[in-house]
Design a protein. Structure first.
Lengths: 250, 268
């Protein structure tokens, strides 16, 4: 009798297994890695962003030019790109597939694809620089490491949290890690760019998991021909010019 | 005995790990990059609409037009400004409001309910399938067993829930905002769309069958199909790869409005 109990228990375990096994065929859990899929949002205390250590050549004038370009991108509903869409003011939908991890913002900007099915970037001769760049990801234990190059130097919002901006020479390394039983997603961003940063610039966002029943708003519209919107945006003055020391004399 | 039970359990584990719940084959997957093709030989992207059978509308229902107004063209081209051709070096203004349509230039056929010729991409997760287009639009297809919400603000893409039947993804969408449907159909908040994303056995061809149904609009369900192939892989650093492209369209750039600049004419 005892034998049959053991056997019955074992079979019961197998019957229950498909629930978790479902995920194995869909995503990275197939290889025993965490599943960072879910709806994630930033809160008021989710950002740890130190000031970037910029090169002396990054002057206030250069930053102002960049700020104007970013304002233009918003005004004309351009694609926004990285790093902006990692902090877009709305939750992100992250889904881990078998070939890539997709990060979908709710605003009208294309999603990011972190490709996990290849270990090298697309060659520069082929890849057209883009606002999101070319991202590849791999797992180091419980941490997803995403490496991105191939950024466009002008398109979209190029401002980087903490100071500086992305260029075609920018290189971004992100480390994604679940904390607190999966209720928090920590992402550490490290930017390096020999034309912008004196030293690599790192900051961390901690996203809070939303209920699985959350439903994203769909592709929030942006109308570049809305005159009222245009007037509103174009009347926004640039931030006052700070002291030079605050920006370029770190 | 315990050893035997352990061996039995171990031997059964691979079967337990098979995707029973969704029936999703591990060999044929929707995930990846696709491009719409023209197997009927229509010859032009606009012409693809021509092979869609006309919707059988109820009397009194206005047809939605043959096309769907999608694409890069934006909101209407201005009337021809003059008579005769433009002078050399003077471009034609062919689009009044380029990059318009719900996003940074594109909404891609009602957010991919009617995908256009741009590349499209699927990511499959156990709870949700993401369907994203290079020319804009992202659809969230929930496969976690949820039903359509009781309270929903209608959108161009509606609310989609799906399930797998073998390797076919079956998606039901409701909650549309009013709009047009290919083949002269229309959609309303009560319209129901059933899509079957069906792959060929080799996983290289995707057939999407659209069935629009609305007893207040159609005499009978409006059915048509689109066909896709895997995006061509390119060679990069010894790998065959495909990836999502990014289509740039800047509404603030005047050149987006114009045709090519007429080249210098050489008359011999």
């Amino acid at each position: 009798m005892k034998r049959w109990c053991v056997l019955a228990s074992a079979i019961a375990c197998l019957v229950l297994l498909p629930t978790s096994a479902r995920s194995r065929v869909f995503g990275q859990e197939q290889r025993g890695t965490p599943d960072i899929s879910g709806f994630w949002e930033l809160s008021f205390d989710s950002r740890n962003v130190p000031r970037a250590n910029l090169l002396p050549t990054i002057t206030r004038a250069k930053l102002d030019v960049r700020a104007k370009k970013d304002a233009y991108a918003i005004r004309w509903c351009n694609l926004l790109g990285v790093p902006f869409i990692m902090d877009p003011g709305r939750p992100l939908d992250i889904r881990q597939g078998s070939t890539a991890i997709i990060i979908v913002p709710e605003n009208s900007s294309p999603p990011r694809y972190l490709y996990t099915n290849r270990s090298a970037h697309i060659t520069e001769e082929i890849f057209d620089p883009s606002t999101n760049g070319d991202s590849i990801g791999h797992w180091e234990g419980d941490t997803l490491v995403a490496d991105t190059v191939g950024f466009h130097g002008d398109h979209g919002i190029t401002a980087i949290p903490g100071g500086g901006y992305r260029t075609e020479k920018s290189h971004l390394v992100e480390r994604y890690r679940l904390l607190k039983d999966g209720s928090i997603l920590s992402v550490t961003f490290t930017w390096s760019d020999p034309t912008v940063f004196r030293t690599p610039h790192s900051y961390e966002f901690r996203y809070q998991r939303l209920p699985a029943t959350y439903e994203p708003r769909q592709w929030l519209s942006c109308d570049p021909y809305d005159e009222d919107r245009a007037k509103f945006l174009e009347s926004t003055p640039l931030p006052p010019k700070p002291a030079a020391r605050a920006v370029s004399k770190e | 005995m315990r050893l035997r039970v352990a061996l039995l359990v171990t031997s059964l584990l691979p079967f337990a790990a098979t995707p029973v719940a969704h029936g999703q084959s591990s060999k044929v997957r929707l995930e990846g990059d696709w491009v719409r093709i023209d197997p009927d030989g229509v010859g032009s992207f606009g012409g693809l609409s021509g092979v869609i059978p006309p919707a059988q509308l109820l009397p009194g229902v206005s047809a939605g037009g043959r096309g769907d107004g999608r694409g890069r063209g934006g909101r209407g081209a201005p009337p021809n400004s003059g008579s005769g051709p433009n002078a050399e070096g003077v471009p034609y203004i062919v689009v009044a409001q380029p990059c318009a349509g719900g996003g940074p230039g594109r909404s891609n056929g009602a957010l991919l309910v009617n995908p256009d010729s741009g590349g499209v991409h699927f990511i499959e997760h156990k709870d949700e399938v993401i369907f994203a287009g290079e020319r804009g639009g992202v659809r969230h297809i929930y496969i976690d067993g949820r039903s359509h919400p009781n309270v929903w603000t209608p959108t161009a893409a509606g609310h989609s829930v799906g399930r797998y039947e073998g390797s076919t993804l079956v998606v039901e969408t409701t909650g549309f905002s009013p709009g047009m449907v290919p083949g002269g159909g229309v959609r309303t908040a009560e319209t129901r769309l059933l899509e079957r994303f069906e792959m060929s056995p080799d996983g290289n061809r995707l057939t999407v069958t659209y069935t629009w149904d609305d007893p207040k609009v159609y005499q009978k369900p409006h059915v048509y199909r689109y066909y896709f192939e895997r995006a061509p892989a390119i060679e990069s650093k010894g790998m065959k790869v495909s990836y999502a492209l990014e289509e740039w369209c800047d509404a603030g750039d005047p050149i987006e409005k114009q045709s090519i600049v007429p080249p210098k004419q050489i008359i011999k």
